[in-house]
Design a protein around this ligand. Structure first.
Ligand code: AMP
Ligand code: ZN
Length: 122
């Protein structure tokens, strides 16, 4: 889809800090880290919202979210994870995305580059 920032990330037309990729989905660090390790998982195919995504891709995204949750526990020592998914007027970027928000009893004091290095080496 032209002019979709997340399609541009999928097509590597703009840089992002990719933490996971396969045939169906890509996961990368959110530009605005609401918490250390804040990531987005998106389908590679441009779909708008929860109404539009196929059940099989949605299941796959949840499987990848669970794998990344294990990764965050091992790499960032997170103590929990919040999943968040905005639709319609709640959604700024009009390409389906699932937010992964690692939660901490004690927040680590790490730069985005340090966070990225820890996640991708796990
Ligand atoms: P939402 O309000 O659910 O649509 O959130 C969109 C998210 O996309 C926000 O958390 C933004 O920080 C994030 N975002 C926007 N552009 C980029 C980008 N180029 N790379 C990484 N994250 C982005
Ligand atoms: Zn798109």
């Amino acid at each position: 889809m032209d002019n979709c920032i997340f399609c541009k990330i999928v097509n590597k037309e703009i840089n992002s800090k990719i933490v996971y990729e396969d045939d169906l989905v890509i996961a990368f660090l959110d530009l605005n880290q609401d918490c250390p390790g804040h990531c987005l998982i998106i389908p590679k195919e441009h779909v708008l919202s929860l109404h539009d995504i196929s059940e099989s891709v949605l299941n796959h995204i949840l499987k990848v979210a669970n794998e990344l949750y294990y990764n965050f526990e091992n790499s960032l020592n997170c103590d929990g994870l919040t999943l968040l998914q905005n639709n319609g007027c709640a959604q700024d970027v009009k390409h389906f995305h699932l937010h992964l928000l690692p939660k901490y009893l004690k927040k680590p004091d790490l730069s985005v580059d340090e966070i990225y290095t820890k996640i991708i080496t796990k």
